[in-house]
Design a protein around this ligand. Structure first.
Ligand code: ZN
Length: 251
């Protein structure tokens, strides 16, 4: 049903030629415009013109990516389902209003017709024409509103049914969007939790490291003097020995 409705919308805006576009654009990810052009068997400029037209109504969205080698942008497109359905809903409501208005007028007013030319007049205009046709001179007859009303009501029922379908799909789409949002929120929460945990662990481990390094430096502090003392112990006697030797040589 959704696809049927989306097709109706696209045909309304850009005509029957772009009907297939719905199959291509009704995807989770944005679709490369060159792929769209190839699949529709039209040029890239024709493709863009069609997409821009739909985009004027806000019913498609795009992202663009720069080709690093060639330096130009490629556009990727996707149909905006909720916006499209709401667009169709607006049109249906408008039409239903119009037909309701017509029904009311057919129920309360008299209409006249020239049966030969099949031209209709409301009572005011018929009176102005003196109930005589300008074109053929025929005298008007009263229009049978019952027939017109039957047709109008048939149309009205059809439109109302369609509106119900659209409302149903809008509800479904909103639920789908809500689900995605919830999923993303949960994902974000999980990531935030993970980061928190990582920070905690980092703090813990850095504290441990601090402790260890403190211990190490303590040990080093203890060890270093020993080394120095050792070296002093070993050096002093050597120098003294040399000095002593030199002294003895001089003497
Ligand atoms: Zn006539």
């Amino acid at each position: 049903m959704l696809k049927k409705l989306l097709k109706k919308i696209i045909i309304m805006i850009v005509g029957k030629q772009a009907e297939e576009l719905v199959d291509l654009l009704n995807s989770k990810k944005h679709v490369n415009e060159f792929i769209i052009a190839k699949k529709l068997d039209i040029t890239i400029n024709q493709t863009r013109n069609i997409l821009y037209k739909i985009s004027d109504y806000g019913l498609v969205s795009f992202i663009r990516k720069k080709d690093k080698k060639k330096g130009w942008y490629t556009y990727f497109w996707k149909i905006e389902i909720l916006k499209s359905l709401e667009f169709l809903r607006g049109i249906l409501i408008k039409r239903i209003d119009q037909i309701n208005h017509q029904v009311k007028s057919r129920e309360t007013k008299r209409f006249y017709i020239c049966e030969k030319c099949n031209i209709e007049f409301n009572e005011e205009n018929a009176l102005l024409h003196n109930f005589t046709c300008n074109e053929c001179g025929n005298i008007f007859t009263v229009k049978d509103n019952a027939k017109v009303l039957k047709e109008l009501n048939k149309n009205l029922d059809k439109l109302k049914r369609e509106l119900e379908f659209v409302d149903e799909e809008i509800k479904k789409e909103k639920e789908r969007i809500e689900k995605i949002k919830l999923k993303e929120l949960k994902k974000e929460e999980k990531i935030a939790e993970k980061k928190k945990l990582e920070k905690k662990l980092m703090r813990k481990s850095s504290k441990k490291k601090e402790k260890i390094s403190k211990k190490l430096t303590k040990k080093k502090l203890v060890k270093k003097p020993i080394k120095k003392i050792k070296s002093k112990k070993s050096k002093i006697p050597k120098k003294k020995k040399i000095k002593l030797k030199k002294k003895t040589k001089k003497r």
